[in-house]
Ligand binder design. Structure first.
Ligand code: SUG
Length: 448
């Protein structure tokens, strides 16, 4: 049976702004308080989805969330009408209003961890929504994420959904941003590669000194258990704590994998040799030949990687078996990174082509091409069971761009977040969106 990797991209929400909310994420910190363009951000994301669809890849879309999250503000003690809740939060605790307005759900690589049916004990595709417990503004995403994923992958014969792990730092889980899968064909059993930043219960694993390690070993192990993965089908590796301290807040800022290939930076992991050997032997057991492409620090420094987001690229398989790398334009702007990419594609290896995209609005908050997509490997039968409303087509692209043009503001700055009108605009837009994407009622304002 045919199988595919379907990329579901997060649609940028109408409140996209630069809140400076993510300590440890260099771009988020350095662009704090700048004014944003939600409209441009959403159109940039849609342009990437359209381009991939036109290149022949399976492309889907994942809906944004209701923001400001008034219910979250109410849980923090703000009361009155929705407008009063927003006004009071703006007056008394602006950082909490800013957090409740973040459009961070656009980075859907963090929405969930997904295991394809060929890897799981019950033969279904498993999803575990990420608790995103490290940052308050992200920790409020998972209830709606679960409802949206449930509406997209509703068929229980093929899809199994797990609630987010316990909401404590010991089970800090950032979803697919620290998860990669190696395989021969997407529909065949593969090896799932979980990268963690620290252990919550075992102090033999070193932790970073400066910035938080968001993903714990124990969270990754829990996800593997929930999904019913074989021991032989899982490899765990620790991220190098020194690179976390240099701004590599997720593994997908320093490594990306696809098919039988891992593309990574020399400094990305601890115990790299052992890890590569385990990946090679486990992939061999399912008939695969593991290949790794290591980018040496002499060619590209960790700082270059953090600034350019070279590794936050999408590594995609072309029909002839070669691979294509989708990179943000910041890679072209960095001389060393661009020179490296030229040498990589002309070296005769598997990665033959690089395509550049302008995702500046998202990049300024630390979200590159790979952050914006959730990969779901599906066979033909499973793909047919996905809610067809979320699969990208030329007419859907047309409807979504018209919807963005109609509802989104050109500019947004911090003071605009205090305007209760923004909530009404967001709800009006999302109500229409759930009809366009055929999602049914998924948002708090549609349910309560
Ligand atoms: O969690 N930025 C996100 C970026 C997530 C990128 N995802 C992956 N690497 N997979 C984060 O740090 C910034 C929001 C702000 O500051 O307004 C933010 O949440």
């Amino acid at each position: 049976m045919k199988s595919y990797e379907v990329n579901f991209d997060g649609l940028v929400g109408p409140t996209h702004n630069y809140g400076g909310l993510s300590y440890g994420n260099v771009a988020s910190q350095s662009n704090s308080q700048q004014s944003s363009s939600p409209k441009e951000a959403a159109l940039q994301g849609l342009a990437k989805m359209k381009a991939l669809m036109e290149m022949g890849f399976q492309q889907g879309v994942l809906a944004p969330q209701e923001r400001p999250d008034v219910a979250a503000l109410r849980r923090l003690g703000f009361s009155g009408t929705d407008a009063q809740v927003i006004e009071r939060a703006a007056k008394e605790a602006m950082p909490l209003l800013v957090a409740s307005c973040s459009a961070s759900s656009m980075w859907v690589a963090n929405a969930a961890t997904v295991s394809p049916s060929a890897d799981t004990a019950d033969g279904r595709v498993h999803f575990t929504a990420a608790n995103l417990n490290c940052k308050y503004h992200r920790s409020i995403e998972h209830p709606t994420t679960s409802r949206v994923l449930g509406a997209m992958f509703a068929n229980q014969q093929h899809f199994a959904h797990h609630a987010a792990l316990p909401a404590v730092a010991q089970f800090g889980d950032e979803g697919a941003a620290n998860h990669t899968r190696f395989c021969c064909e997407y529909g065949e059993a593969g090896v799932e590669f979980f990268v963690f930043g620290r252990s919550a219960f075992d102090n033999r694993y070193p932790a970073p000194q400066k910035y938080p390690a968001r993903q714990t070993l124990e969270a990754s192990q829990a996800v593997a258990r929930l999904h019913g993965l074989r021991e032989d089908g899982v490899v765990y590796a620790q991220q190098n704590p020194n690179v976390i301290d240099q701004g590599v807040f997720h593994n997908d800022v320093i490594a990306v994998g696809n098919g039988e290939v891992l593309f990574y930076h020399e400094d990305a992991f601890l115990e790299t040799e052992q890890m590569l050997a385990e990946l090679e032997s486990k992939l061999a057991k399912v008939g695969g030949k593991f290949q790794s492409v290591c980018v040496p620090r002499s060619a590209v420094t960790v700082d270059d990687a953090v600034r350019s987001y070279l590794f936050n690229s999408q590594l995609l398989s072309r029909p002839d078996g070669s691979m294509l790398l989708i990179v943000p334009q910041e890679c072209q702007a960095n001389e060393r990174v661009w020179a490296y990419l030229q040498s990589l594609t002309s070296s005769g290896g598997l990665i033959r082509e690089v395509k550049v995209f302008d995702l500046k609005q998202s990049m300024q908050n630390g979200g590159g091409p790979a952050c914006l997509r959730l990969r779901v490997a599906l066979n033909e039968t499973e793909l047919a069971a996905v809610n067809s409303g979320v699969i990208m087509t030329p007419p859907l692209y047309g409807s979504l761009t018209a919807w963005v043009e109609k509802h989104y503001r050109d500019r947004l700055s911090e003071s605009d977040l205090a305007d209760p009108q923004l909530l009404l605009e967001c709800r009006t837009a999302l109500d229409e969106l759930t009809q366009i994407l055929k999602l049914g009622a998924v948002y708090p304002f549609q349910i309560n």
